[in-house]
Design a protein around this ligand. Structure first.
Ligand code: 9WO
Length: 249
């Protein structure tokens, strides 16, 4: 799968995809990440990418023309297996299902906004989708694009080692429709006691059934405490029997 990132700060991504799972995927040729300087599609002496907002107001807005020209050159043929996405705080909220959908694409173009915003014609007439990674204001779309590349790349077949381990690993346990129902359970490693803090005894017991039960209960408690919204969503039906049908690590 090919990722294309359009930005006025190409150096921002210099070592971002050199490490870990994504870095290995790049080196194995499973994914390609191409970064483009938006100023390559400007033709005035100052390589201008921004202009003042119609209607007045603070700050500057990214002009449509360099963005349109860049995307038309990066993706000369649009198609169902190619998508152009504008990262913006006004977009549809990014989540794992969208990552999974994007991982089926052959090419994904990510447009990073800056300054006070991007000319709305980019969102309306160039991008297939406008995506936000969360309800906070960033200084630009670059960090959001990096988040999307990371989340999508690891779902590309072959990127995460053992088949099935992407599903088992978590963020979460999911139901048959892919809805998140439980956060991952707590993890511990040695030492069994650190600064007086003991690892839950059951994890040292070697009793794998008891360990499974503990993990499920701990995941439920933690989900209820930190993400009550996931429980209210209705997927989980707190009955033991149904939860047991999920694949456990
Ligand atoms: C500023 C602002 C001020 C008051 C109320 C709402 C507001 N929204 C914004 C805003 O979205 N500013 C953008 C910040 C302007 C363009 C650069 N910025 C940005 C944020 N680019 N991309 C993001 C972003 C945020 C979250 N997920 C994906 C992209």
């Amino acid at each position: 799968m090919k990722f294309h990132i359009l930005t006025i700060f190409p150096r921002f991504f210099d070592q971002l995809f050199d490490y870990g799972v994504v870095g290995r995927a790049v080196r194995q040729g499973l994914i390609e990440v191409h970064v483009y300087d938006l100023r390559n599609w400007t033709f005035d002496p100052h390589r201008t990418v921004d202009d003042r907002p119609f209607g007045g107001g603070e700050g500057m807005v990214l002009k449509p023309e360099p963005i349109f020209l860049a995307v038309e050159e990066i993706l000369p043929e649009r198609g169902k297996d190619k998508k152009v996405v504008l990262l913006s705080a006004q977009g549809r909220l990014f989540h794992q299902d969208i990552a999974r959908e994007f991982s089926q694409l052959s090419e994904l173009v990510l447009i990073c906004g800056r300054y006070e915003g991007v000319d709305e014609r980019v969102a309306e007439h160039l991008a297939d989708e406008e995506i936000s990674i969360g309800d906070y204001v960033l200084s630009g779309g670059e960090l959001a694009a990096a988040v999307v590349v990371d989340a999508v790349a690891r779902l590309v077949p072959g990127v995460v080692g053992k088949p099935g381990s992407v599903a088992a690993e978590s963020f979460s346990l999911r139901d048959e429709e892919g809805r998140t129902v439980l956060l991952d359970w707590p993890h511990y490693t040695r030492p069994a006691e650190f600064r007086g803090l003991r690892v839950p005894e059951v994890l040292l017991s070697g009793n794998h059934e008891a360990i499974q039960r503990w993990r499920l209960a701990a995941a439920r408690q933690k989900t209820a405490r930190l993400r009550p919204d996931l429980i209210r969503r209705g997927g989980p039906s707190s009955s033991e029997g149904e939860i047991r049908s999920f694949t456990l690590k």
